[in-house]
Ligand binder design. Structure first.
Ligand code: SAM
Length: 233
């Protein structure tokens, strides 16, 4: 009897959660245009974050696939529900690697479209070169290999296991290096492509915007990540 009660209670909480989540998403879709228009009218410098996950940035229009009260629903695979030439900055962190190159190209072209002339895109994503770096024997690479082997219960502490895991897990579809990420940005129309360390930028608005490290380790996130900015001239 106690067991049955527990099961019913669990199911109630589960369906209640799903229902509230769907309702919040539906309401967010209904309010979306109002929220975007209001954001743009209140912010002289307009900043758009794509695929923000749990990391909302203060003063930014934060977007995710499923919206909620303070999160605008924006499906990266569709035309962004935003008028052209309206934002000063677009930022995405550890998101484009979850899409094929073609889809990432659509995301970057849409980012280009919604940016004003002189606007800047910043993209942070895993760096393919860091994976090959795991064959080096310096301390940070050894520490990373130790950590990833334990954390993801890999068969053996070898770069090949770590690399295969990284390329195939978490829904990763395309891992970039400097060359291919610059190519993507240039193909979308961006110019003056520059590389920065996580947290660094020549624009105050883009300094310290990285938060992905909070889900594991700042040191390892710095090792994993490549960050490029490009301008719409
Ligand atoms: C690895 S997470 C990155 C989250 C956060 N930016 C970070 O750095 O930790 C990738 C994010 O992309 C979002 N995402 C996946 N497909 C999407 C889509 N079609 N449209 C918008 N966001 C999407 C996911 O919901 C997820 O939050």
């Amino acid at each position: 009897m106690k067991n049955l009660f527990q099961k019913v209670k669990y199911k109630y909480h589960y369906y209640n959660h799903i229902l509230r989540w769907k309702l919040n998403h539906y309401l967010s879709l209904q309010n979306r245009q109002k929220v975007i228009t209001s954001y743009l009218s209140k912010n002289k410098v307009a900043k758009l974050q794509l695929g923000c996950g749990p990391f909302k940035l203060k003063g930014w229009l934060n977007t995710e696939l499923f919206g909620s009260k303070d999160l605008v629903s924006l499906n990266l695979l569709k035309k962004f529900p935003i008028r052209s030439n309206s934002f000063d900055f677009v930022y995405s962190e550890h998101t484009i690697e979850h899409f094929s190159f073609d889809k990432a190209e659509h995301i970057m072209k849409e980012s280009y479209r919604v940016l004003k002339k002189g606007g800047v895109v910043r993209v942070a994503t895993p760096n393919l070169l860091f994976l090959f770096g795991l064959y080096n024997k310096d301390q940070i690479n050894k520490d990373y290999l130790d950590w990833t082997t334990k954390e993801f219960n890999l068969e053996a502490k070898m770069p090949s296991f770590a690399i295969n895991n990284f390329v195939r897990s978490w829904g990763h579809e395309f891992i970039y290096d400097y060359q291919s990420l610059s190519y993507l940005l240039k193909k979308a129309g961006f110019k003056n492509i520059k590389r920065y360390s996580p947290g660094d930028s020549e624009y105050n608005e883009l300094k310290n915007v990285e938060h992905h490290w909070k889900s594991f380790s700042e040191q390892f996130n710095n090792l994993e990540t490549i960050t490029l900015e490009g301008e719409k001239l």
